[in-house]
Design a protein around this ligand. Sequence first.
Ligand SMILES: [Zn+2]
Length: 101
Amino acid sequence: MEDAEKGHTELYQKMMSLAGVTGGYHRDEIFDEVKRSDYLWCLHCGRTYRRGEYRYVDGFQMCPYENCDGSTVCDGIDWEDIRDDHPDYPENPERNTMYNL
Ligand SMILES: [Zn+2]
């Protein structure tokens, strides 16, 4: 495992233990965020997915797209926050489409 990747999962793990999370949708268990949309945008692959979706890898809830090492906890950004800077982006983003910041 690369150092960056390792630091990443350590941060995720730390957040889990601080929040005492043992199940559910980790992101929602860890953050008490204001949900502005039903979608999250992935910082690693630039694609979007429905809030609540994830790919389960070694106990972590990762970005649902294959081969993406972004997690739903550390790398997901509310789609509406992205749209603040890109009002031309659709309210309901296309699946598997990359949107640039
Ligand atoms: Zn991703």
